[in-house]
Design a protein around this ligand. Structure first.
Ligand code: HPA
Length: 271
């Protein structure tokens, strides 16, 4: 089993609901990384001459609910492997009539309505206190790469959108959805926070491709089911894989980015 550390992996995919297998990669092996938050298992394979790590966010059998995902361990593990670029996928409900089932959205902002999650590596004590800037929470370079890749391979994509992160694991009430829409939300999901924030603290470039699996509660004409989410994801998995791989082929891992200096004011992120 690959133990991490002996090869540099610069690119990682965090697969959301419906994206559990890294069959898009060649020569796939299992690996583990020990972190202060627990051990993380991942896959590593090759694509386009690059080593690419893959973590299924909910576990390989969708057994970890959104509020119990070990976000800190996952991001720490990727950082420890040497990853600088993370492409994440998320399944989302839509609050925006222009974003329908099967649509891809490159989210550029989030609203955080989570309740029970630790959203920082900096809890005081030895690690101190950090107030990281999230004016642009998602890496603008990676967003541009994804947008170009989508255009090149002919996959329509919304170039921006605001992701509302709820605590879950229940779906939302129609009253909540109405409120989120009034606040400017376009999409609703349960996992992007704190993942995106931790990636920024860890000074990694991070981007999310959201896939609309349903209209949100009260907008959808019927009650929501996880089955509907899985069905729409399954119908579009090949497309999302093609998009992610087309984007990976465009990443120049030697290029620097402001995301890698997010904690410059604090002397940088330290493992
Ligand atoms: N709400 C929250 N998370 C989701 C939804 C939703 O409607 N669809 C897919 N993930």
């Amino acid at each position: 089993m690959y133990k991490g550390g002996d090869i540099m992996i610069k690119i990682a995919i965090i697969g959301g609901t419906g994206l559990y297998d890294p069959r898009i990669l060649d020569n796939v092996r299992d690996g583990t990384v020990v972190t202060p938050y627990g051990e993380v298992t991942y896959k590593v394979g090759e694509f386009s001459g690059q080593a690419v790590a893959f973590i299924p966010r909910h576990g390989s059998a969708h057994s970890i609910p959104p509020h119990l995902i070990n976000y800190r361990a996952n991001i720490w593990a990727l950082k420890k492997l040497g990853v600088t670029n993370v492409i994440a996928s998320t399944a989302v409900g839509s609050l925006n009539p222009k974003m329908g089932g099967g649509d891809f959205v490159l989210v550029d902002q989030f609203l955080d309505f989570t309740k029970s999650r630790v959203a920082t590596f900096y809890d005081g004590g030895d690690r101190g206190v950090v107030h990281v800037d999230v004016t642009q929470p998602y890496c603008s370079n990676l967003r541009a790469i994804l947008l170009n890749a989508a255009q090149e391979i002919g996959i329509p994509i919304h170039a921006s959108g605001t992701y509302v992160c709820t605590e879950g694991p229940r779906f939302e009430t129609p009253a909540e959805i109405k409120a989120y829409a009034k606040l400017g939300g376009d999409l609703v999901g349960m996992t992007n926070v704190p993942e995106v924030v931790l990636a920024r603290e860890a000074e990694m470039c991070y981007v999310t491709v959201s896939m609309v699996t349903n209209f949100a509660a009260g907008i959808s004409p019927h009650p929501l089911t996880h089955g509907e989410v899985l069905e729409t994801m399954a119908a579009n998995t090949e497309k999302i894989k093609r998009l992610i791989m087309a984007a990976i082929a465009k990443i120049d891992t030697k290029e620097d980015c402001a995301c890698r200096h997010a904690l410059a004011e604090y002397g940088g992120f330290k493992l």
